[in-house]
Design a protein around this ligand. Sequence first.
Ligand code: DAH
Length: 348
Amino acid sequence: MEQNNIKTEELEKNISAELKSFKSDLAKADSFSSLENIRTKYLGKKSYLSVMQKSIGTLPNDLKPIVGKNTNLLRQNIEGSLEEKEKNLKASEIDREMRKESVDLSLPGRLISSGTKNILSKVVEDIEEIFIGMGFEIAEGPEIETDYYNFEALNTPEDHPARSLHDTMFVSDHVLLRTQTSPVQIRYMEENEPPIAIIVPGRVYRKDYDISHTPMFTQVEGLVVDENINFGNLKWTLETFVREMFGKDRMVRFRPHYFPFTEPSAEVDISCNICDGKGCRVCSGTGWLEILGAGIVDPKLYSFVKYDPERFTGFAFGMGVERISMLKYGINDLRLFFENDLRFVKQF
Ligand code: DAH
């Protein structure tokens, strides 16, 4: 009995030492893997606890229940603590994940770099807007055109000297890349009866390349046909356009000119805004900048589209969008429009 008491005391000492060591290890555990190591150390086959429990069968009968009870309590204690620790670890793991994924709404946003509209598209839209405001509609036509629409029906027959000015790019004998947007005048009149008021933006092509010419460029054509249309209507329309586009104090001047499809014809200048009309390098000392061609529709065109020339009159005009853009934004080299240099493109 005496001996058993000593044994019991020693057992309790060992168990409390084991428990103390376990608790200190557990307190340090900060991951699932360290937790597993502790589990093996204190519950594994070679652990003090397992060895003790395995040996119960060999103990004297009166010690068996004491060792059994104490080791069971130790096992419950260890298992319970491990379970609780595991729960805590899981919770802090979730917490960490949530923090990682959470969005801080007070952070400043990141700038997304976005594309910009090409300056030519923007100027075409500006031109469209101004004319739409005056009651015009927008029309379009093909870039691959026939001789007939590009020249013939525009009163520019085969042997006409004006043809050589156009440096035409031919696709085949009578098919070409349109040199101007004017053929859409004919196409539109074929399909529609007056009154008409249209503008026609589009690309045109000429075999030409130097500082002031590119093989492809952009035009906007205008056409108005109705009863009683006269030169005064043309002047008012273009003056209104110039003021909207370039500002209220721009002056406009009409200079006699020649186009095969208008009679009379004019070139239209605006006063130079660099020198205020005094004369400078940009306007070649004249004080004026040429911006478009225009005129009263030559009645010969009406015979191609079966309009009655006694009843209808009209005016037409055509402008180069690159030129308008250069004058409006002070761009000094035509080639900049087509090089796609981001430093240029992003300015607008
Ligand atoms: N098509 C002419 C050109 O490319 C521009 C033009 C002039 C168009 C007078 C017109 C106009 O409609 O009336 O040079």
